[in-house]
Design a protein around this ligand. Structure first.
Ligand SMILES: Nc1ncnc2c1ncn2[C@@H]1O[C@H](COP(=O)(O)OP(=O)(O)OP(=O)(O)O)[C@@H](O)[C@H]1O
Length: 361
């Protein structure tokens, strides 16, 4: 039996692709094991598979030559199967794990050069993490868990309780301020985790498989919660998951990893419409294509004889949302961007998606 991957509606992409990246990663390596730092510099060792490298040197290359940029306000998802290097990669970004080689620039600052004091400062003020195992302090009430980071920063009690109260309300936990973690369900505990991460008003939120331990309905609620919060607070987010539907739902862009290497980095429609290889193709094969592909992927050039006075839609409209307009129009829909006619879409193209005939995967 094949299961269809659920793909809820993606929201609009907020990132401004022309802006300076918040995080910029170049040639990043993390190798565990003896003489790890020799690996990235050795053409011969770099060419080995993970298994061969382990057999030859006893080293595991968890992250291999990864590069990407994260734009301000973007939700950037790192996706891959267990052991593909997601957690190691994201922990390298905040130097919870020391990278072996490569460059990580955060808001213009070379993170690899930061000393211990600067790293502490960055972790307190600029980064926040939300983990799968919520990491709440059991003997502290919700409000004091949320205020914990502010306390460490030295904020006075009145101010930190006021701020904690605001974020408790923001994540929908008003009324539970005085509860203890073990009095809350898993989903609610993770809301406390979210509130705690937001309390210090960080520049980037890192999520390490935060919802993996939650049951599917709660998980869906929490995904929607992240989308809502993202709309409200507009934070840059880096989100690890092994779940494609979660990646497609949350991610403006998705980096797919395999064996420590990046296989493809792109928007959901790029991964589905133009998978980089068979590995990605296999990943995305059960995605309902009409939910992800946009008109850009299915339009055809206008030809002589096409009637060009039909309705207009933009190229980034998702096929599912365009279906009604296209099928009810008696002329092809024009795909127009900045006044320029890019192509047309008629019943044929829409039905092609339904039948899985359009190009790409
Ligand atoms: N401290 C370590 N020492 C040696 N090898 C490690 C260490 N941490 C991770 N690895 C190895 O690095 C590889 C990547 O691990 P990582 O935990 O980053 O993957 P992941 O994609 O996050 O997997 P999961 O979803 O299971 O957490 C794995 O082969 C893992 O065994």
């Amino acid at each position: 039996m094949t299961t269809q991957t659920e793909v809820p509606q993606r929201r609009g992409t907020p990132q401004d692709s022309g802006s300076t990246p918040v995080i910029s990663v170049r040639r990043l390596w993390k190798v565990f094991g003896p003489k790890a730092d020799q690996v990235p510099d050795s053409e011969e060792l770099c060419g080995l598979t993970r298994r061969e490298l382990m057999d030859r040197t006893g080293c595991t290359a968890a992250v291999r030559d990864v590069h990407f940029d994260v734009s301000p306000g973007e939700v950037f998802v790192v996706m891959g199967l267990s052991g593909s290097g997601k957690s190691t990669l994201v922990r390298c970004l905040t130097r919870l794990i020391e990278p072996t080689a490569g460059e990580i620039v955060f808001e213009g600052e070379d993170i690899r050069k930061a000393d211990a004091a600067r790293l502490r400062e960055l972790r307190r003020r600029k980064f926040s993490m939300v983990f799968q195992h919520f990491g709440l302090l059991p003997h502290r009430r919700v409000v004091d868990n949320v205020a914990f980071g502010l306390e460490i920063r030295g904020m006075g009690r009145t101010d930190r309780v006021k701020r904690a109260q605001e974020v408790v309300e923001l994540v929908g936990l008003a009324g539970y301020e005085n509860s203890y973690p073990d009095q809350l369900s898993g989903g609610m505990q993770q809301r406390v985790g979210l509130a705690r991460a937001l309390a210090g008003d960080p520049d980037v939120l890192f999520f390490d498989e935060p919802f993996s331990a939650l049951d599917p309905l709660i998980r869906r609620d929490m995904q929607n919660e992240v989308i809502r919060l993202h709309h409200e607070v507009g934070k840059t987010m880096v989100f690890i998951t092994h779940d494609l539907s979660e990646a497609l739902k949350l991610g403006d862009r998705i980096l797919i990893m395999r064996d420590g290497k990046m296989v493809q980095c792109g928007t959901g429609d790029e991964l589905v419409g133009a998978p980089a290889d068979d590995y990605v193709r296999e990943f995305v094969k059960d995605v309902p294509r009409g939910d992800v592909l946009t008109l850009r992927w299915i339009m055809r050039p206008a030809e002589d004889g096409d009637e060009l006075d039909g309705p207009e839609l933009g190229p980034d409209v998702v096929v599912k949302e365009a279906t009604r307009v296209v099928l009810s129009a008696d002329k092809p829909v024009k795909v127009v961007e900045n006044g320029e006619l890019l192509g047309i879409v008629g019943d044929e193209e829409i039905l092609g998606v339904v039948a899985g005939r359009e190009g790409g995967a």
